[in-house]
Design a protein around this ligand. Structure first.
Ligand code: HEM
Length: 408
């Protein structure tokens, strides 16, 4: 009989096979003892890293999750004086305008965008928090944990993303540009948490909380620069009530089902972005006063003056993000407004032609919602003229901007 050593010498493949089997046995043992050890040392499974899928959890139920996004890198070369607002121009050529949810996958690193309009926004927000803050920022008791969680997440995110403006402290966050210090650990808090959130970022924010009927309700908000709607009018409403009370075109047919499903299913770690755009016939960043005074219960496009000079036309575009807060289960909805005179925006290559085409593509319902009756004659005439100038000067080639990707 041959010895084992001789067998392996004669057949190296057999040797490799035996080594592989030995290694596999050792690895399997190590893995199984590790996973047993993990089970043993954490008898209390919450906060969990897993969640019952939407169909399996009871409506309104949320198991706190221990999920933390990875640290965002600093925004490249960010400077409060020189970083320009990103030029979102989220309108598409006609001939047809489609109402869709328009959600796109986003990256958590890009959650909050700040730029050189920060101080302007901050001044307007500060003044409005002082004069009418209790109407613009509020939180229902059942959403307080979500509002505090959101504040904590911002205190973690902002110093990493914008280190030249924010510093994390042992009690919260300092804004070293505006010289503000925020203590978010003392109780009671120095102020309503959504006011603090309003002071920290350029965005407005809403928090939706799922009720025991499975619907998502607006339970907390920092809605300081909304332009056309008021937190106090929509507070406590569910998604469908929020949108139908505002006559959002084709809501029932095109948006409701997808939106309700999205809110049930969105998980921490996901982020989606959507963009929209409006025209305004005034320069009100916080409130579009041409549709009536902010405190009027009957504000609407019908009160606006028609055909103002084009210099009074402003382009408002919102960048909205949605993400689930892992601990509370609330869904944070951020709304960042970009606001510029149309005369400025129309200097950009292709923009006047594309905007004119988009406005012409609105159906009657969208046109009514966006108030186009009040400005379309003046605006379209202006945009057509600017478009022609761009063609005549050779700045653009007719019909050729395929290199630009939505939402630019
Ligand atoms: C999947 C998420 C959502 C989608 C797809 C969506 C879609 C829309 C659309 C299409 C409009 C018409 C104007 C525009 O184009 O933006 C609108 C308006 C509006 N949305 Fe949403 N929305 C969503 C989430 C929310 C949430 C979470 C809130 C909570 C505050 C909200 C509040 C509003 C308000 C207040 C208006 C204006 C309504 C009015 O004119 O009175 N939306 N939304």
């Amino acid at each position: 009989m041959k010895s084992t050593a001789v067998m392996f010498e004669e057949d190296p493949i057999l040797l490799c096979l035996v080594i592989a089997i030995l290694l596999a046995t050792i690895l399997a043992k190590t893995y199984s003892s590790r996973s047993n050890a993990q089970r043993d040392v954490s008898p209390d499974p919450s906060p969990s890293t897993t969640q019952l899928s939407a169909g399996k959890r009871n409506p309104g139920q949320w198991i706190p999750m221990d999920v933390k996004a990875s640290d965002p890198p600093p925004y490249p070369d960010w400077d409060v004086k020189t970083t320009k607002p990103l030029p979102y121009r989220p309108f598409k050529y006609g001939p047809t305008y489609f109402v869709t949810m328009g959600l796109r996958k986003g990256n958590l690193d890009d959650w909050i965008e700040l730029d050189n309009e920060y101080l302007k926004f901050h001044t307007v927000k500060k003044e409005r928090i002082e004069s009418r803050g209790d109407r613009l920022c509020k939180t229902a008791p059942e959403a307080l944990d979500a509002a505090i969680e959101l504040l904590e997440m911002l205190c973690d995110y902002l110093p990493k993303r914008y280190p030249s403006m924010f510093t994390k402290t042992s009690v919260g966050i300092d804004n070293i540009v505006t010289n503000e210090a925020f203590n978010i650990v003392r109780r009671p808090l120095a102020e309503e948490p959504m006011k603090t959130i309003g002071r920290l970022i350029q965005d407005d924010v809403a928090i939706m909380v799922e009720g025991s009927d499975g619907q998502s309700y607006l339970k907390s908000g920092s809605i300081i620069l909304p332009g056309f709607w008021k937190l106090e009018e929509k507070f406590n409403m569910n998604l469908s009530e929020i949108h139908t009370s505002g006559d959002v075109p084709q809501f029932r047919e095109k948006l409701e089902k997808g939106m309700v499903n999205f809110f049930k299913r969105v998980m921490p770690g996901d982020m989606v972005i959507r963009h929209n755009y409006f025209m305004q016939v005034d320069d009100g960043l916080a409130w579009s006063h041409s549709i009536g005074p902010e405190d009027s219960p009957h504000a609407g496009w019908f009160t606006a003056e028609k055909d103002k000079v084009v210099e009074n036309h402003w382009f408002r575009s919102e960048r909205q993000t949605l993400r689930r807060l892992p601990r509370s289960g609330g869904v944070a909805f951020t709304i960042r407004t970009y606001f510029h005179p149309v005369t400025e925006v129309a200097k950009e290559p292709y923009v006047p032609g594309r905007l004119a085409s988009a406005i012409r593509s609105w159906g009657d319902d969208v046109a009514k919602y966006k108030g186009s009756e009040k400005y379309k004659y003046i605006l379209l005439e202006f945009l057509d003229r600017e478009n022609q100038k761009q063609i005549d000067s050779g700045l653009i080639a007719e019909g050729g901007e395929s290199h630009l990707k939505y939402p630019y």
